[in-house]
Design a binder for this molecule. Structure first.
Ligand code: ADP
Ligand code: MG
Length: 882
């Protein structure tokens, strides 16, 4: 039976006691059966908020016309129409239409891609069904389900709590209240405001600490969040690069207007007619305006985002793509990111000896193993193996294998349990042992557990606790890279409360577990070094453990790790210096990570920081790029991050950094191409007026060139896969704009050179007696071919073009060939030739144009070669000095 009530918004549930809630929902605290859950899912639909309505198509279309550059083109089109140059006017409006269509299509595609990515990032929920705890997509949660939450989870549905353990929820999303609320199970009055319904959990809010279980009372749009979901939607921010290109566009707009006015005046002074000068002005505006800049940006970004996704890095905020490219420090968690987080207990230390699991096990070691397996949250998964926190799984599995505890004993609910939280560094459990004693077991970081101990277990009794002895053994195990957990016990006195705080305990021993480094991480760290990126390991683990693993990965320096205790003493300046020298920060409290990130950033670094826990969220938000774990991490961390790793792997961050650099590089290659060819046209058209020749290019011809040369090839340039040396060079400077100084210089020199070549061909042809149409055709062909070579120059910013296989960017090969082919086609196809006022060219003339145009390739290749020689000489000198 599926009751109707669940359809109503979750009101009144807070006032009912648990049995009533269960009865009304046909649910039980033991969970639904899988069949019942399936029925309910069919009945109530998926637990998802309705997708926000997509931006209407006409808004997207209208947006394509909002740009100062497009405005100039529209004015040019209107002026041309008034002058009744119908072909020119038609061509201008055609360009506008094509441009808008392309931009429209691109933007819709980008929006689709983003939606697909969001689907990849859906969260999961833990529910009890058919008696076992299952992890299911949050979408499949139904009213009546028993959901389990723990610190770091995002609550998947509105639920009435039936069980809590120090449960704190951050409900700021719903209530605006940033202080976490302590939850309970006692009903509250029916008219209680959402913010004070302490026996309820609400969709989308975050569990800051503790554990809890609740019966789902509402899903999807029927939840509290569903009712206000329209209010919490946010607009994506503009990326820094987007701002850069926007300001670049504005500046280009101004330059275009000034030069148009100047050339117009100069032309009139030297005797051209007003109508001629209008045509020149329009041609100039068309030539100079890089109307495809925004499209290049969208294409490059969406290609970058999907390439990153393919490698396991999901971009949540667009700026991350380019910020990754300028990252100078990666501050990475150790456990799970640099290492596998697959722990196995390798050593067991007690006062009776130091053994390797599997060896004959003495009494004391059995007690150590048993205690470690009973204050332990590892559970049986549906498949029957152990699941949960890696430390818990390792300790439970070694105890089960040794026969120190049975699965049945482990499954029995404890009398009291304080879950492990990174900020506390221990877990505590009270269980009643078969002999009737109430045992309080604690496991955690040796310093923390040691502070609770008064005695040390020896065979047959105890001796007074010896801090030094235990710390020496701890350090000894840690130096082998083992993560060490101390285990202690005490018999709770009969009159003590079940939740009595731990004190006067007896240390049973230490368990040392190995966490192997992930494959490929050492290589990725080396790559970072050559890419000018420093890698810092951040961990809550013991300094010796961390340093041993850092050494294996090439992260360690000869300086000892910075520790959390040390950090508390240091001021920011000294800390910056320490962090610069040391590769590792160990035994840091969760809050320390935020300070590390902030201190590094204040020192001028661009920091990518990883995190997985609830307490990592502030650091992830503060970092230039916050990186969260898709598998091992919490929802809270993912929410705060810019990038989510689907494989939790450090090497993926490095690949994302490389792709970030490639994306930025592609945008800059396309921009270089666009600006240099525009400069060439502007230079040629203006100079031509000043030297008093017949008009160089007619507006329709200029538009044609823009379409077939820049228009299609620059978009293909945005697809460039990179030159392969992206990680062999230092990060881009923080103040650098879209183009570097070298590229600005190259833009100026090649732009002017190409303009001169076009002018020279035009003038030479006129002087040898060709008619104006023919001379113009020659100049046009030369310009199209110059652009063809210039695309090659643009592809390779640093390396010689001959070292870059053309097949790496097939779209570019096709469009470049198409540009020249289409130019040839219009010269021979009568109707087009008439419209564009061009004439056929002989094979010899084509060859001549191709030869002079090649000069721009030679020019840039020579420059690159000179630069390479210089670099090599500098390296030789450096080597000789060493
Ligand atoms: P990391 O930052 O490398 O993930 P943690 O903050 O998770 O390190 O762990 C810090 C310390 O807390 C560990 O060195 C260990 O002593 C202790 N610890 C970790 N996990 C558990 C656990 N499940 N139960 C008890 N203690 C733990
Ligand atoms: Mg951890």
């Amino acid at each position: 039976m599926v009751p109707e009530r669940a359809a109503a918004p979750a009101s009144g549930w807070c006032a009912r006691d648990v049995p009533t809630v269960c009865a009304e929902l046909g649910a039980s605290v033991g969970g639904l059966s899988p069949e019942d859950a399936a029925d309910r899912l069919a009945r109530w639909g998926p637990n998802a908020l309705p997708a926000p309505p997509p931006t209407p198509w006409w808004v997207v279309l209208a947006r394509q016309f909002i740009s100062p550059l497009i405005a100039i083109l529209i004015v040019a089109g209107i002026v041309t129409s008034i002058q009744r140059h119908w072909v020119d006017a038609g061509a201008i409006f055609l360009v506008l239409a094509l441009n808008a269509a392309l931009g429209f299509w691109q933007e819709r595609k980008a929006a689709r891609d983003v939606r697909a990515l969001q689907e990849l990032a859906t969260t999961s929920a833990r529910v009890r069904r058919g008696g076992v705890v299952e992890v299911i997509p949050a979408e499949d949660v139904v009213p009546g389900d028993l959901v389990l939450v723990e610190s770091g989870d995002r609550v998947p549905a509105d639920a009435r709590l039936v069980e809590v353990n120090a449960l704190l929820a951050d409900e700021s999303l719903l209530t605006g209240e940033s202080l976490a609320v302590l939850k309970g199970t006692a009903p509250v009055a029916a008219d209680t405001a959402v913010a004070d319904q302490t026996d309820m959990l609400f969709t989308g809010t975050l569990v800051s600490s503790g554990r809890g279980a609740g019966i789902v009372v509402a899903t999807g749009a029927r939840t509290q969040l569903g009712e206000i979901s329209a209010l919490v939607r946010r607009k994506p921010p503009r990326t820094p690069l987007q701002k850069l290109t926007h300001s670049l566009e504005r500046r280009i707009g101004v330059v275009v207007l000034i030069s148009v006015v100047f050339v117009f005046a100069a032309g009139l002074v030297s005797g051209y007619s007003v109508s001629d000068m209008f045509r020149v002005a329009v041609a100039l505006a068309v030539a100079a305006i890089p109307e495809s800049l925004p499209i290049i940006f969208t294409v490059a970004m969406s290609v970058g985002v999907s390439r990153m996704a393919r490698r396991g890095a999901i971009v949540r905020t667009l700026p991350a793509v380019e910020t990754l490219g300028s990252t100078t420090v990666i501050a990475s968690d150790k456990t799970g990111t640099l290492t596998e987080n697959r722990l196995t207990v390798e050593r067991l230390w007690t006062m009776d000896g130091d053994i390797v699991p599997g060896e004959a096990t003495d009494q004391l070691t059995m007690r150590l193993l048993r205690a470690g397996a009973l204050t332990n949250e590892a559970g049986e998964s549906a498949r029957g193996d152990l699941a949960g926190d890696a430390v818990d799984v390792a300790m439970a599995s070694v105890a089960l294998t040794a026969g120190a505890v049975s699965a049945v004993e482990r499954a029995r609910p404890p009398e009291h349990h304080v879950p492990y939280e990174p900020a506390r560094r221990y877990s505590l459990t009270v269980v009643r042992e078969p002999d009737g004693a109430r045992m309080q077991y604690v496991k955690g970081a040796p310093e923390v557990v040691g502070a609770l101990c008064e005695s040390l277990a020896v065979p047959g009794g105890t001796v007074p606790y010896d801090v030094e002895l235990v710390m020496i053994e701890n350090a000894r195990l840690s130096r082998d890279g083992l993560r060490v957990i101390a285990v202690a016990e005490r018999v709770l006195p009969p009159d003590a409360a079940v939740d009595a705080p731990p004190s006067g305990m007896t240390l049973l021993g230490l368990e040392g577990m190995d966490d192997p480094p992930r494959a490929g991480v050492a290589d990725a760290v080396a790559e970072c070094r050559s890419a000018g990126i420093a890698v810092k390991m951040i961990t809550g683990d013991h300094p010796e453990t961390a340093q041993a693993i850092a050494r294996r990965l090439g992260i360690a320096t000869d300086r000892p790790p910075v520790t959390g205790a040390e950090m508390a003493e240091l001021d920011d300046r000294v800390l910056t210096a320490r962090l610069e020298e040391a590769g590792v920060a160990a035994r840091v409290a969760p809050g320390d990570k935020l300070r590390i990130v902030e201190v590094l950033q204040r020192g001028g670094e661009t920091v990518a920081a990883t995190g997985d826990g609830v307490n990592d969220a502030p650091a992830l938000r503060a970092a230039s790029v916050g990186v969260a774990m898709g598998r091992g991490g919490t929802d809270v961390a993912r929410d705060a991050a810019d990038l989510v790793l689907t494989d939790d792997d450090f090497t993926t961050i490095v690949e994302a950094v490389e792709q970030g650099r490639v994306t930025f590089g592609a945008i800059r290659k396309a921009t270089f191409f666009l600006l240099s060819t525009a400069l060439a046209a502007v230079f040629a058209l203006s100079a031509n007026v000043l030297i008093d020749q017949p008009l160089l290019f007619l507006p329709v011809q200029m538009i044609w060139i823009n379409l077939v040369t820049t228009g299609i090839q620059d978009i293909a340039l945005a697809l460039e896969p990179g030159e392969g040396d992206e990680l062999a060079r230092p990060p881009r400077g923080r103040r650098e704009g879209v183009l570097s100084r070298v590229l600005w210089a190259r833009t100026a020199v090649t732009g002017v050179w190409m303009g001169l070549v076009v002018l020279a061909v035009f003038a030479w042809s006129l002087n040898t007696g060709a008619d104006v149409d023919h001379a113009r055709t020659l100049a046009m062909a030369t310009f199209v071919l110059l652009n063809f070579y210039q695309v090659g120059n643009a592809r390779a910013e640093r390396t010689s073009l001959v070292r870059l296989s053309p097949l790496r960017n097939k779209a570019l090969v096709v469009t470049a060939a198409l540009a020249v082919g289409v130019m040839w086609a219009v010269t021979v196809w009568e109707p087009a030739a008439a419209l564009l006022e061009v004439t056929p060219l002989s094979l010899l003339e084509w060859a001549g144009c191709a030869a002079v145009a090649a000069s721009v390739l030679v020019l840039v290749e020579a420059e690159k070669f000179a630069r390479w020689l210089l670099l090599r000489r500098r390296r030789l000198v450096d080597e000789m000095q060493d």
